[in-house]
Design a protein around this ligand. Sequence first.
Ligand code: APR
Length: 248
Amino acid sequence: MSSLDSIAREASRLLRESKYAVVFTGSGISAEAGIPTFRGKDGLWNKYRPEELATPAAFATNPLRVWKWYAWRIGLVLRAQPTIAHRAIAELEEMGIVKAVVTQNVDGLHQRAGSKNVIELHGSIMRARCTECGYKWQIERQQSDEELPLRCPKCNALARPDVVWFGEPLPSDALYAAYREFSKADLVVIVGTSGVVEPAGSMPLITLRNGGKLINVNLERNRYSGIATISYHGKSSEFFKKLMSLMR
Ligand code: APR
């Protein structure tokens, strides 16, 4: 039996025995959909300086540059399809096993895969927010350069992506909802995150402290590799393809 077989078998046992399983995801789950991760090989932060693109100061200094970068990512998201992993997680929710998805991602792929209870800790790249009146609206298509920087359709003030930038607080409703989910969970399936960004990265430790277990699925070793009950260091699509063959 391959190590993937035995890991997936153990993971399916833990999922079936769980009373309240929560899934916690990062950009790695969307990598196979063509959306780049932030760290590690090919990570966005290897090419760009986050201080220039994903901070309030960067936006105040050069809103056009920030909007052009987000418009490029919006294009990637609109062309992307949910992966096998996104769809498997939606199916596990349908089966009554996964109770919630807490994601650091802003791409909306969990919802497009059919997941219903999704908590977006870092907002959504497919939503814009007015910097003056606070009005929010869904972004349905990639903007052309001429349309940037985006302006509020209500008051014409400068708009911004409705995402959390470095140095900004997480939306309080999402933060508290996430803490509640990790506090209730007896099992957390962590998929595609380095876990280095706080407060999100430490949230699975709440479940661990309460006596719960972690399943860690990540291409490379990460902060959970040494504390998870099982870790699969490979592609999330490979893991979930094997897992679902055992869960159905
Ligand atoms: N399957 C599983 N894991 C993968 C895959 C894959 N196909 N491809 C990459 N990974 C792993 C990488 O090994 C890496 O450890 O996904 C992880 C992604 O980690 P990061 O790039 O750090 O992304 P993330 O953890 O989501 O970052 C958290 O940082 O920049 C901020 O707001 C941004 O939400 C983001 C936060």
